[in-house]
Ligand binder design. Structure first.
Ligand code: FAD
Ligand code: SIN
Length: 523
């Protein structure tokens, strides 16, 4: 059994930046289930939001974030996010992250629901550039040990605190201990049939935290990105919001722009509004995709800003210079997660959470575009700089007894059916009837769960975690009898002041949590 000062689970922006900010004399282990690069962070396109332009202000970025969050952002958390952003950006530049520049200055762009140009970018592959720089830095730190292809299957919880994790690597199970365990396992959008996320995003951290008794919050709020590539047989690759920010149009099959019928800001309306407008427009017409026309952006700007999107589309025979390309909404981001304070501490002593896995309070019911990479950096820095070290008297770890594995056929059935269930029961538009039907099926799968050790291989573990996450998601969506931000109930279409509360889940109990003082009333 090995002991460290800190264990970090996940090698996206949140995990990498936490590792770099912990004291250099700590022994840190960074565990990740594939190789270091497999993460949403690596796939991020549009950029990172920060107040850089002199005509911008912290107040404007704060207000834009709070308006997008539809009354559920915690103002103090948003202020931390916004006010610490410029310093984090300066650190990234110092580390060698190469953001695009125009005439020597950082080239800022606009994205939906931002009132100013404040998105820093590296062409249309901002995440790849960020992960490249952070990974290079992590690899040269002698205090950081990297465990790739190491699946964390459970948190080691005893006597009311977290002591470390249980892992499985090359089929062998082991415990690792540390006074500080940080979950940086990203989101869970792969529980949906259509998702922009890479395959690693199966909500493992959310499921493990819930099983360990940690408090989760606002799980019903899932952001659907309006424009993911919709070519039959191709993955739902993201077509960045920045494309619309640069002036591209969304057209229907008849070649008409239609978004301004749903919101005065048209293509630049908040993401939930655009996703819902596309969904409703398509449903009305019995169609399954709209089109995004890059041509208003201009050939030179397209070449400069979107070379990777252009190449990706070309792989599917689509020429963005010549024709509008087919797109449709897809699940993209989990606003809810493991509740933390402003220093990343969860409700379980010894356990921290950061990045998309965490619910810090900055996103509310709907995340403002390009605020999530920023959240990873700001809160990773806070965990790294403010977490102290305790000396622990470890209990003996539980015995590693391998039980019967689940039948591979059961695992395959669940992995095939569960994403369809989530998309249909808990997608862009929800109703009590659909949610209840979905929950009835999930309960049957939960009974299977009890019959075998699902941690014995990766597919089985991911099936276990996705069933649990789907259950938390559907139950939360059923619990919230209103529509707000990204959560839309056609049987409760209004936003209700009485529901301006967080959804808190502890064990199997759902309850309301008031916002900290001074919430902005949102109707
Ligand atoms: P991730 O980057 O997803 O990393 C999670 C890590 O945890 C991975 O290394 C994974 O392998 C590991 N892991 C998971 N489970 C386990 C386990 N059981 N054991 C061991 N390891 C595990 N946000 C922006 O702000 N700007 C953008 O432009 C932007 N574009 C995006 C484009 C796409 C296509 C996508 C999918 C998302 C985008 N987002 C963007 C959102 C943003 O990228 C993510 O929210 C953010 O990168 C999450 O970072 P993270 O470190 O929390 O998680
Ligand atoms: C995008 O580039 O559209 C994604 C931006 C984000 O999710 O913040």
């Amino acid at each position: 059994m090995e002991y460290f000062d800190a264990l970090i689970v996940g090698s996206g922006a949140a995990g990498l930046y936490t590792a770099l900010n912990l004291p250099r004399d700590w022994r840190v282990a960074l565990l990740t289930k594939e190789d270091l690069r497999a993460s949403s962070s690596d796939w991020a396109q549009g950029g990172i939001a920060a107040v850089i332009d002199p005509t911008d202000s912290f107040l404007l970025h704060t207000e834009d974030t709070m308006v997008a969050g539809a009354g559920l952002c915690e103002r103090q958390a948003v202020e931390v996010l916004v006010e610490e952003a410029p310093e984090r950006i300066a650190e990234l530049i110092h580390l060698g992250v190469s953001f695009d520049r125009y005439q020597g200055r950082l080239d800022l762009t606009l994205e939906a629901a931002h009132s100013r140009k404040r998105i820093l970018h590296a062409q249309d592959a901002t995440g790849r550039e960020l992960v490249r720089a952070l990974t290079e830095e992590v690899l040269v730190q002698p205090n950081i040990t990297i465990y790739e292809k190491t699946l964390v299957t459970d948190l080691w919880v005893a006597r009311g605190r977290c002591w470390g994790v249980r892992t499985r690597r090359a089929g062998v199970a082991a415990y690792l201990g540390a006074p500080v365990t940080v979950l940086a396992t990203g989101g869970a959008s792969r529980v949906f049939l259509h998702s922009t996320n890479p395959p690693v995003c199966t909500g493992d951290g959310l499921a493990m935290a819930w099983l360990a008794g940690a408090r989760l919050r606002d799980m019903e709020f899932v952001q659907f990105h309006p424009t993911a590539l919709a070519v039959p047989g191709a993955p739902r690759l993201l077509i960045s919001e920045a494309v619309r920010g640069e002036g591209a149009h969304v057209l229907d099959r008849q070649g008409q722009r239609f978004l301004s019928r749903y919101h005065p800001a048209g293509e630049l309306a908040p993401r939930d509004v655009v996703a819902r407008a596309i969904y409703l427009h398509l449903r009305e017409r019995g169609e399954d995709r709209v089109f995004i026309d890059f041509r208003p952006v201009g050939q030179q700007r397209i070449e400069q800003r979107f070379p990777n999107i252009r190449l990706t589309c070309a792989q599917y025979g689509l020429d963005i210079f010549e024709e509008p390309i087919p797109v449709a909404p897809a699940a993209h981001y989990c606003m809810g997660g493991v509740q933390t304070d402003l220093l990343g501490q969860t409700s379980v002593p010894g356990l921290w959470a950061v990045g998309e896995t965490a619910s810090t309070g900055v996103h509310g019911a709907n995340r403002l575009a390009s605020n999530s990479l920023l959240e990873c950096l700001v809160f990773a820095h806070r965990i790294g700089r403010h977490t102290g070290l305790n000396t622990l008297n470890y209990p003996p770890p539980p015995a590693l007894v391998d039980q019967a594995p689940p039948s591979p056929a059961a695992v395959q059935t669940i992995l095939r059916q569960l994403p369809v269930l989530c998309w249909e029961a808990c997608g862009i538009v929800r109703t009590a009837l659909d949610l209840e039907r979905g929950l009835a099926q999930l309960r049957l799968w939960q009974e299977w769960l009890a019959q075998a050790d699902w941690t014995l291989d990766r597919e089985a573990l991911e099936a276990r975690n996705q069933i649990l996450v789907a259950y938390l998601l559907l139950q939360s969506a059923l619990w919230r009898r209103e529509s707000r931000g990204a959560h839309f109930r056609s049987d409760f279409p209004e936003t209700a002041l009485s529901w301006q509360v967080h959804t808190v889940i502890e064990h199997d109990h759902w309850s309301a949590q008031a916002l900290k003082p001074d919430p902005v009333v949102y109707r």
